[in-house]
Design a protein around this ligand. Structure first.
Ligand code: AMP
Length: 221
């Protein structure tokens, strides 16, 4: 590989799937499907461009330390785990969803979330949750979970959850309902600040191609 190579950090699933058309617009095609392969480094049709497949919440870390030159990360991850030290030029308007408070169907959330009340909330997003309820004057005991938040209220671990909702099917299947909007979420391009200078010639056309491909809904920020 030449000295001027590019490493792109992506997570599997929704973000990867919705990034493929953007990569294609920049003339980049992965040679393997990460869903079918156990490889964590995936080549592309360009010898000097590779993808690294990491956990969604690890994307900013790989990019911040320069292990990847750029990546795509959800706004949920960037708010909760910090987007400091990253250049965030573009909201790609992909993997869109809403962060919501959800409770078991029939739970009287309006009464339970009056100022001065106390609620037990299970979430993967303790900082965003704490800020949301502090602004409402509601006391919260936050229980940090790493997945399947929907289970927590069903087994008495919490009164409510704060989680991402897209179609609402997961909540429905578990007898829960969304009762309050916390923040709108979409994915952003995050770029290593040093790479932006040292690899500008390689990076700039890709950022521009992503911007044009995402134009329908994307926005330079
Ligand atoms: P849904 O059933 O379509 O509402 O999707 C809800 C499930 O998918 C929850 O477990 C969420 O944490 C997850 N989810 C929904 N949208 C996203 C997204 N844009 N990024 C990551 N996870 C998501």
């Amino acid at each position: 590989m030449s000295e001027q190579n590019l490493t792109i950090a992506l997570s599997k699933g929704r973000i990867f799937d919705e990034t493929l058309p953007l990569l294609a617009a920049a003339g980049i095609e992965p040679v393997e499907d990460p869903e079918q392969s156990r490889k964590l480094i995936i080549g592309t049709n360009h010898a000097d461009i590779r993808l690294v497949i990491v956990r969604a919440s690890d994307v900013p870390t790989y990019v911040r330390y320069g292990a990847a030159d750029f990546g795509i990360a959800g706004r949920d991850v960037l708010i909760e785990n910090g987007g400091e030290g990253l250049y965030q030029p573009l909201d790609l308007q992909i993997a869109k969803c809403r962060m919501m408070v959800a409770v078991p169907q029939g739970f009287d959330y309006a009464a339970a979330s009056q100022p001065g009340c106390r609620l037990r909330i299970a979430t993967k997003y303790p900082d965003i949750t704490a800020e949301h309820f502090a602004a409402k004057g509601v006391h919260v005991d936050i229980i940090k979970l790493y997945g399947s938040m929907e289970l927590a209220p069903l087994v008495g671990l919490s009164d409510a959850i704060v989680d991402l909702v897209s179609t609402g099917n997961t909540l429905k299947a578990n007898g829960l309902e969304a009762v309050e909007h916390v923040v709108d979420i979409s994915s952003r391009l995050v770029v290593n600040k040093a790479a932006l200078k040292t690899k500008h010639a390689l990076l700039e056309p890709i950022i521009q191609a992503f911007g044009s491909a995402a134009k329908a809904g994307g926005a330079f920020i």
